[in-house]
Design a protein around this ligand. Structure first.
Ligand SMILES: Cc1cc2nc3c(=O)[nH]c(=O)nc-3n(C[C@H](O)[C@H](O)[C@H](O)COP(=O)(O)O)c2cc1C
Ligand SMILES: Nc1ncnc2c1ncn2[C@@H]1O[C@H](COP(=O)(O)OP(=O)(O)OP(=O)(O)O)[C@@H](O)[C@H]1O
Length: 143
């Protein structure tokens, strides 16, 4: 039984998220998802939707077995608890695979790191990024 972990912000859900989580689920038999705490989303605008509501929506998606709110300070605490065989990074997640592997090793966590595939964001008929959905809302509902 291979346990897989995926992670991300998952602010306004879209088919790119479903693609990522389906891809991650296919890497094993049980998928756990760690939802980034708002206070830890520092590389872009923080999410609009509250932490627990983002967790609730991800937990309801078909490929997901369990969704957990991330730890506020130490990202390795949920990983130690879940004890995954595989961590599936999203295609554009900024984490460096080698540095992450080294940090996991220092904490005595032995698991494989893989990259999930992308769902092409240039499809003109779909909004495949939270940022694009927000841009569309601002453009079309701003008066
Ligand atoms: C292995 C791993 C574990 C993580 N655990 C946590 C966590 O416990 N708490 C948290 O707030 N974020 C956690 N994160 C999320 C990151 O802090 C970062 O916010 C995340 O990659 C979201 O970025 P994105 O939505 O742009 O992909 C984790 C990320 C990785 C790769
Ligand atoms: N189009 C997509 N194809 C595949 N994976 C995606 C796609 N969009 C998001 N993901 C993955 O979903 C996870 C969570 O992504 P995140 O919550 O940052 O959404 P986002 O749409 O990329 O947000 P933003 O537009 O603000 O960057 C990440 O691992 C990311 O790689």
């Amino acid at each position: 039984m291979r346990r897989v972990v995926a992670q991300g912000t998952f602010d306004l859900l879209h088919p790119g998220h479903v693609h990522y989580l389906s891809d991650a689920a296919a890497m094993g038999e049980e998928l756990h998802v760690i939802i980034a705490r708002s206070g830890n989303v520092t590389h872009k605008e923080p999410p609009v939707v509250p932490d627990e509501q983002r967790r609730e929506m991800v937990a309801a998606l078909k490929p997901v077995d369990e969704a957990h709110l991330g730890h506020p300070e130490d990202i390795f605490v949920p990983i130690e608890r879940i004890d995954p065989d595989i961590i599936a990074l999203g295609y554009d997640q900024h984490h460096d695979e080698q540095r992450l592997q080294a940090a996991l090793g220092e904490r005595g966590i032995d698991c494989e790191i893989r990259r999930a595939s992308a769902l092409d964001r240039n499809d003109p008929d779909r909004l495949l990024s939270t940022g694009r959905i927000i841009d569309r809302i601002l453009a079309e509902r701003s008066d």
